[in-house]
Design a protein around this ligand. Structure first.
Ligand SMILES: Nc1ncnc2c1ncn2[C@@H]1O[C@H](COP(=O)(O)OP(=O)(O)O)[C@@H](O)[C@H]1O
Ligand SMILES: [Mg+2]
Length: 325
């Protein structure tokens, strides 16, 4: 069985002139290498394809694969993670991970939250600031949290994303509007413990890999999993598997969200406790980072005794089952 690999390589985009923060979501060479090697260890033939432009060229030359393992984050717009899966769908080539529809919905954090509210899944009250005047319509109680509406890897998230008053709210929203050229999502600040819950599988076969507490050790980050904390996680963050009663609440919210959104093959849901100790959905990652030792899902799997090969095997097997291949 031949598996095509699609991905966005960080170094290629930095060569094109992107800053390290702009290229933060893209993958390192070693991530691709490790996935490729692991798929080969699992007995698959692999072929590196690369980014969407390389895929277009390969398709137009008549190349086809039994399955594509796609981790490309894409570059432009709310549907950037959906572009490769949607293109493959047009060619009826099976692709690992969620439907392009979910990949777009999950990217737009406000739309995603609105859907989950309809399923009665707890998530902080929010407002969307599309232009700076919109801050006058924010009728939420402080403290608040301000972040780009559609980014990942904690881009645009810094200790001052938490705001205590109108002036700071204005400053934080202006920063998002200027730097990210997209609306700011303003949410009630969740002061409690943070968990990330990892999954593999789809529908009734969904399996919780683990619930991992994220402990940001560097006090200057005010307990927030900031861009810098994520980038230097080896020094700044402690990860601990937990199964205590707070973790059970986090797993319930995360699993409800994973199922409501029909997430496929694998993913991660971020959860934090509110001031009453209730678990709240923060966001879903239907295309979870897969660096074997730096990304949250492989980290929690390995803490749980599930090695990278077994993890990828579970993801691939879920896709094969869905497509009956
Ligand atoms: N409403 C909130 N209250 C408190 N902290 C938050 C809130 N939203 C996000 N955060 C913090 O910011 C981090 C990144 O936010 P998240 O929405 O997960 O962005 P990303 O998609 O970049 O991972 C979270 O892991 C958490 O530490
Ligand atoms: Mg997150």
């Amino acid at each position: 069985m031949k598996i095509g690999l699609t991905f966005d390589l960080k170094s290629e985009y930095i060569k094109m002139g992107l800053s390290p923060e702009e290229a933060a979501e893209f993958d390192r060479e070693e991530t691709i290498e490790e996935i490729e090697k692991t798929l080969q260890d699992l007995g698959y033939e692999t072929e590196r394809v690369g980014h969407i432009f390389a895929l277009v060229e390969a398709l137009s030359c008549g190349k086809r694969w039994d399955l594509v393992f796609n981790i490309a984050e894409g570059r432009f717009g709310y549907s950037r993670e959906s572009q490769i899966p949607a293109l493959l769908m047009a060619y009826q080539i099976p692709c690992v991970f969620s439907h392009p529809l979910l990949l777009s919905v999950a990217m737009h954090k406000a739309i995603c939250k609105q859907i989950l509210i309809n399923y009665n899944i707890a998530t902080p009250k929010f407002a969307v600031v599309s232009k700076i005047e919109d801050i006058n319509n924010v009728k939420l109680e402080y403290p608040l949290f301000v972040k780009p509406i559609a980014e990942g890897t904690s881009k645009g998230i810094h200790p001052n994303s938490k705001v205590e008053n109108f002036d700071d709210l204005k400053r934080a929203c202006q920063y998002v509007l200027d730097e990210f050229d997209q609306p700011a999502l303003v949410e009630r600040y969740l002061p409690g413990r943070e968990f990330t819950v990892g999954f593999v599988g789809s529908g009734k076969d969904t399996e919780v890999i683990a619930c991992m507490e994220v402990l940001v050790m560097d006090k200057s980050h005010a307990g927030v999993y900031t861009y810098e904390a994520k980038e230097y996680s080896e020094e700044k963050v402690r990860y601990e598997l937990t199964e205590d009663s707070d973790a059970q609440k986090a797993i319930k919210v995360a699993l409800d969200a994973y199922k409501a959104l029909e997430c496929k093959d694998g993913g991660r849901v971020d959860v934090r406790l509110n001031e009453n100790g209730e678990a709240n959905f923060i966001e879903i990652n239907p295309l979870p980072g897969l660096h074997y030792s730096h990304s949250d899902l492989p980290i929690m799997a390995s803490l749980k005794g599930i090695d990278f090969k077994t993890l990828l095997g579970k993801i691939i097997n879920s896709a094969r089952k869905r497509y009956n291949i």
